[in-house]
Write a protein that binds this ligand. Sequence first.
Ligand SMILES: C[S@@+](CC[C@H](N)C(=O)[O-])C[C@H]1O[C@@H](n2cnc3c(N)ncnc32)[C@H](O)[C@@H]1O
Length: 216
Amino acid sequence: MPSSTRPQLPKNWPPHLPYLIQPTYSPSLLSSTLATLRTPPPNAQILASQQQGPAGPSPLVRIRPISDPAHPANGQHGLFAARDLPPGSFILLYGGHVHGAEDADPGSDYDLSLDAEAGVGIDAGRGGNEARFVNDYRGIEAGGPNAEFREVWVRKGKVVEKGMGVFVLGAGKSGRRARGIGRGSEVLVSYGKGFWRLRGMGEEEGRSEEEGGKAA
Ligand SMILES: C[S@@+](CC[C@H](N)C(=O)[O-])C[C@H]1O[C@@H](n2cnc3c(N)ncnc32)[C@H](O)[C@@H]1O
């Protein structure tokens, strides 16, 4: 590929890993499943092309290595706000490989459920974008998560596709005051109890918060 058409990589992107500017789709997905993923419900939140951010590194976030022994993901990476991000705002789409239950990678720590009923997930284990570096808030932020994974519908020309977005938490049901995410702060979601239970870290380790939306 000529260098002019190769996507630029975000700083600290792992050199061995494909950086995706569009999701890839498993060839095993049935056409009926693909049709479901391209049929938004009447009340769908549709992201127009200009709201989706650039097809390349997002100016809103930075991937940073974590070298703090007190951080539970020390030695790994995290995603940090590159500017103040307002409550409820869209940050970026979760890039990855869209797959069915039959070709899920059971060992992946980067697999989000995209359509639970259809058994479809989006896995960034073998390639994705900056969103794969979002950590869970447990053991990091006593005040809880400041972001969430949320279903979005993405306009691509004439087609609208189901995707997963990372959003700054708004005021929400809890009535907690929406904080936004300050420049330099880590973007933290709740992976949900199921994610940690599957990895042998349940409530007994103090990971007792609400169920979230992680893992297909
Ligand atoms: C989707 S990845 C997040 C990015 C990861 N830190 C990296 O550098 O690739 C999920 C993995 O990050 C780590 N992780 C994320 N949040 C964590 C937390 N609160 N405590 C411990 N490990 C965490 C775990 O290893 C988990 O399986």
